[in-house]
Design a protein around this ligand. Structure first.
Ligand SMILES: [Zn+2]
Length: 124
């Protein structure tokens, strides 16, 4: 023991090479799969959010993330056993993704549709 403390964050490996500079821990980095799926879904959905149908910004990694930034949305959350594949993945704006929270995707989709109808009929 040389008195050094090695901090290991969940999902990372200990940096046991104490002579090397510490690397930033890799946590929740977008995978190559995610980047490709984002680009694919953006194109398939013609750049529109799955829920609100507003145009999205295709650059999701700017900080802070803009409300209209494209995010990869899992209809059934990964934490509830949802898959990273079609048809469980859609592109949604950051605003809707955050707003949905734990609401079921179908209920949230219907609520957004009602909002669209109301704003549409209000303008007519
Ligand atoms: Zn949206």
């Amino acid at each position: 023991m040389d008195g050094r403390v090695i901090l290991v964050l969940p999902g990372t490996k200990a940096n046991t090479h104490a002579d090397r500079p510490l690397e930033a821990p890799r946590i929740n980095h977008p995978t190559r799969h995610d980047s490709l799926r984002r680009a694919q879904l953006f194109q398939e959905q013609e750049g529109l959010c799955f829920y609100c149908r507003e145009p999205m910004m295709p650059k999701p990694f700017l900080r802070p993330i803009a409300p209209r930034a494209l995010t990869l949305e899992h209809l059934t959350p990964l934490s509830e056993g949802g898959s990273r594949r079609f048809p469980n993945e859609v592109a949604a704006c950051n605003h809707c993704n955050n707003q949905r929270g734990t609401t079921s995707w179908l209920l949230f989709y219907c609520l957004k549709e009602l909002e669209r109808d109301e704003s549409g009929s209000a303008a007519a």
